[in-house]
Design a protein around this ligand. Structure first.
Ligand SMILES: O=P(O)(O)OC[C@H]1O[C@](O)(CO)[C@@H](O)[C@H]1O
Length: 306
């Protein structure tokens, strides 16, 4: 199975409004809620691609219970190995402006995690790694989890011989990358903040020097840049697609991981990541992908040496 870790899971709420105007009140035309947080989004896409997928992390309180009930309804085909927590799982709110398609995201910080809850996670994670053929560590850290948590989880995966992908930002990324993950998947802003360079290829070289074996940087509508031990590639969709980009980076992670698990070459992995990202932007619900768009775009993704 493929394991995804979401330490700061969320119940994602999406509100659609005809036009978003700050300082005014809005009538919501459509509201949706679903289990979220980056690793859960990755898992949903992996499962839709036919991979046996397990999610772990934390879920607590009434919101955590609701999130787990959604997972248990089976529609996402994900196995729930989330650990209980005393605190209440956070919510995130995405507001989609129907006049432009743009979305505005509000992410709560998340519940406090006690030292004994974090220690219990370390034990459970070690057990889950025994059956994992790859692991993705995704998203922000909730309060109480040490800032070096991802470095610790990367080291544990490497010690267990399980390939590990890291998708986070800020200090947890800076520390995590030094633990030598197989792949990091920052977006352009996160990569620039890490390295101080806004030129993606130069920044990716810097990220590799900091410890990542491979860097796959998502560049929004411009696609993806991969700098790997096998070579460097840019992958771009055939045209700019408009829509809701929430979860597009998570779909890219699923594309990279599923491609790795199926033994695809790096150029084929990045093509899949870009097609899945673009198909997520086009899907009506945030964090899902439109399969027809994905299948139509995949052969049209242009992969060129970088
Ligand atoms: O963990 P964070 O970085 O706060 O991001 C979480 C949020 O990002 C998303 O995963 C989209 O990438 C949402 O589902 C939402 O839960």
């Amino acid at each position: 199975m493929i394991l995804t870790v979401t330490l700061n899971a969320a119940l994602d709420l999406t509100y659609r409004v005809p036009r978003l105007r700050p300082h005014t009140s809005h009538r919501v035309t459509h509201a949706a809620e679903r289990p979220g947080g980056k690793g859960i989004n990755v898992a949903r896409v992996l499962a839709a691609l036919g991979h046996d997928t397990v999610v772990t992390g934390f879920a607590g309180g009434a919101t955590g219970e609701l999130l787990r009930r959604h997972l248990a309804d089976g529609s996402d085909r994900i196995t729930d190995a989330l650990l209980p927590l005393t605190g209440d799982t956070r919510r995130t709110v995405g507001i989609v402006d129907e006049s432009t398609g743009d979305s505005t995201q509000l992410n709560e910080p998340g519940p406090d995690v006690a030292p004994e809850e974090w220690a219990a996670f370390g034990d459970a994670y070690g057990r889950l790694l025994r059956d994992a053929k790859a692991v993705a560590l995704c998203g922000s850290l909730p309060p109480g989890v040490p800032v070096g948590a991802y470095a610790q989880l990367v080291r544990a995966a490497r010690a267990a011989g399980v390939p590990v992908l890291l998708d986070t930002d800020g200090e947890p990324l800076r520390r995590g990358i030094a633990a030598r993950p197989d792949v990091v998947k920052p977006n352009a802003t996160e990569l620039a903040a890490l390295t101080g360079s806004t030129e993606p290829l130069r920044a990716a070289h810097d990220a590799r020097r900091r410890g990542a074996h491979a860097v796959a940087a998502s560049l929004g509508p411009d696609g993806l840049l991969a700098l790997t031990p096998d070579g460097a590639w840019r992958a771009a969709p055939p045209r700019r697609l408009t829509g809701n980009p929430t979860g597009a980076g998570d779909s890219a992670v699923a594309g990279l991981l599923s491609g790795w698990a199926e033994g695809l070459s790096w150029p084929d992995r990045v093509a899949r990541a870009v097609a899945l990202s673009a198909a997520t932007v086009r899907a009506p619900a945030a964090g899902e992908f439109d399969r027809a768009t994905y299948e139509g775009l995949l052969p049209q993704v242009k992969v060129t040496p970088a």
